[in-house]
Design a protein around this ligand. Structure first.
Ligand code: ZN
Length: 331
């Protein structure tokens, strides 16, 4: 490479036009996904304290929110359900008339151009709040892997039957992508992609989400199935497994504190990769911006750009609507 004074990197930073021309990373609203929380009822907009601007929505309000997002340029939503009743079989997760299934039907009818992704997990529907079936005995509490797979596959199938375009399993049970793929294929849904939360870490950054999804475990924690934040090589093995089982898009969660994982996953596998900027990533920006300590717009867009630079193609963020507006301004 060149050497000073013949080479002066500042030459190409002189004007905005030049900077844009040589910019290595592009951020576009086409990559954004907005997570939404749906609960039963009508005209319900229940604010989530720790996530200003985010609500639990009844299906009618969800459609309104999604329509606004779509109009702003957000192409996709990711829905989470909050059922009225929870039990130890997560019945609400695969109920044809469950909240997510209702919401998906309504979304596909009212906004056909919107890509609808559904989160597939059991924790919101389990009375104990864990992502799998629990066995409790004298030796303690265990989250059972293989019996959980059937329920996950059933849930995914019920979402796709309702019209979901993509299913996104987030439970971190071993073998769930295969179980879901086989179930979907057996029902003729061979064309429905799976976006797998392949590397989902047991992170403290999920704090505000637990309030949003009402899914805090009543006992124990999720470290027997979600990944240890210390492990990167293991994340690559998780991704390799999910790809072998039929995952189409690989998701890394959380985003900012795990950009090394995003980068390595993209480098190693070259698969479409998603980064999920989780609740605390959003709440921290909101809280600091409310105090005037940071520029919300600049910090949000820089964070999303960093996820892109690391290798993410799909950006899941609670700030999707604002980001889309900011990105499309002046276009
Ligand atoms: Zn879960």
């Amino acid at each position: 490479m060149g050497q000073f004074p013949a080479y002066r990197p500042r030459r190409l930073r002189e004007s905005a036009v030049l900077r844009r021309m040589v910019s290595e990373t592009r951020l576009s609203a086409a990559q954004l996904v907005l997570p939404l929380f749906v609960r039963s009822g009508r005209k319900v907009r229940r604010p989530i304290q720790a996530m200003p601007g985010v609500f639990q929505l009844s299906p009618d309000e969800l459609v309104r929110e999604a329509a606004g997002a779509h109009k702003a340029g957000v192409p996709a939503v990711l829905s989470f359900g909050i059922p009225d009743k929870k039990d130890d079989k997560a019945s609400g997760a695969y109920d044809r008339k469950g909240v997510v299934q209702q919401a998906v039907r309504l979304l596909k009818k009212e906004i056909p151009g919107l890509l609808v992704i559904t989160d597939v997990c059991l924790c919101e529907y389990m009375d104990h709040g864990h992502c799998g079936i629990v066995r409790q005995d004298k030796t303690g509490v265990r989250i059972l892997n293989d019996p959980t797979l059937k329920l996950l596959a059933r849930s995914a199938a019920s979402h796709v039957e309702a019209g979901a375009d993509i299913v996104a399993p987030s439970d971190m049970m071993d073998g769930r992508v295969r179980a879901i793929r086989e179930q979907l294929d057996s029902l003729g849904f061979t064309g429905t992609p799976i976006m797998s939360y392949a590397a989902k870490f047991a992170s403290a950054f999920y704090g505000p989400f637990r309030e949003a999804a009402e899914s805090t475990p009543r006992f124990g924690d999720r470290r027997s199935y979600q990944m240890d934040p210390a492990n990167a090589m293991e994340a690559l093995r998780e991704v390799a497994l999910d790809i072998q089982e039929g995952a189409d898009i690989i998701l890394v969660k959380p985003a900012l504190a795990y950009l090394d994982i995003v980068h390595r996953v993209k480098q190693e596998f070259g698969y479409p990769t998603a980064a999920y900027a989780v609740s605390a990533e959003y709440s921290m920006v909101k809280a600091a911006a409310a105090r005037g300590w940071i520029d919300e717009r600049a910090v949000t867009l820089e964070s999303l750009l960093a996820m892109r630079r690391a290798g993410a193609d799909v950006l899941i963020t609670y700030a999707a609507v604002d980001a889309a507006k900011w990105l499309n301004e002046g276009k």
